[in-house]
Design a protein around this ligand. Structure first.
Ligand SMILES: Nc1ncnc2c1ncn2[C@@H]1O[C@H](COP(=O)(O)OP(=O)(O)OP(=O)(O)O)[C@@H](O)[C@H]1O
Ligand SMILES: [Mg+2]
Length: 231
């Protein structure tokens, strides 16, 4: 698995160094599936966004297999795909096939070939019959599956997903959760779904801008729940 390394990372609010969003953090993530859990506003998205350079550290460094997320930003973003909570944030093309084809443009030069490959990719996610349907007409679950298919079609080594199931019903939560957890790519998953978190290989509990528990999924989830219940 790729090495995701945070060294002495601090994040402060843009324009105000006195507001610390992420306190000094040093971490190495090499597990196949890592979950980030914690309260609203604790810093999970900030931590997740650091991994592909969407957020830059105010101090310290973040590297992906030795590539610096600031200095080597473009190379990092080719390796690290990002799935947002709202798939509408990343589906930019009119149809599903065009959206996946956009992700394939670096690897498949010929437009006709790219279209065929895009439909194959969609078939693999049970979306083949929707290839030429307007993205706007897809259901929330279909849109999120399409967003994930598009991210994976670009060939990343790591997928960071920030609450990818929050807007979904139970069935689609399971479909997207299963798809994420069965990928060969390394996964960093921000989630409030503690069952999904417990299925990962490592769980980080974030509170007040720092990682407060880290390790065995069942134990970390149990400690998070106990702390919430006691507060
Ligand atoms: N650009 C910014 N400017 C100022 N404050 C910010 C900025 N980005 C994040 N914050 C603050 O940092 C804290 C952590 O935010 P973050 O989005 O990382 O939390 P989160 O754990 O993902 O929360 P949620 O579960 O609600 O998504 C919050 O208090 C937030 O208001
Ligand atoms: Mg968040």
């Amino acid at each position: 698995m790729p090495d995701l390394v945070l060294r002495d990372v601090v994040v402060t609010a843009p324009g105000d160094d006195d507001v610390v969003i992420l306190r000094p953090t040093t971490l190495t993530l090499t597990e196949h599936r890592v979950a980030l859990v914690g309260a609203n506003g604790s810093g999970k998205s900030t931590l997740a966004r650091l991994l592909n350079g969407l957020v830059e550290p105010s101090a310290g460094t973040v590297t992906v297999d030795g590539l610096d997320t600031v200095r080597d930003g473009a190379a990092v973003r080719r390796r690290v795909g990002f799935v947002f909570t709202d798939p509408g944030a990343q589906l930019v093309m009119p149809t599903a096939a065009e959206d996946v084809a956009l992700s394939l443009r670096r690897t498949v030069r010929d437009a006709a070939e790219r279209r065929l490959r895009a439909v194959e990719v969609l078939d693999g996610y049970g979306l083949g019959h929707l290839a030429d349907v307007s993205v706007q007409s897809l259901s929330g679950g279909q849109k999120q599956m399409l967003a994930l298919a598009g991210v994976l079609a670009a060939g990343p080594d790591v997928v960071v997903a920030d609450e990818p199931t929050t807007l979904l019903d139970r069935r689609n939560t399971r479909s997207i959760g299963d798809a994420l957890l069965s990928m060969r790519q390394q996964l960093v998953l921000v989630t409030h779904d503690l069952d999904l978190a417990a299925r990962c290989d490592r769980v980080l509990v974030v509170a007040d801008g720092q990682v407060v528990h880290d390790g065995d999924p069942a134990e970390a989830v149990a400690r998070y729940c106990a702390e919430v219940d006691a507060s």
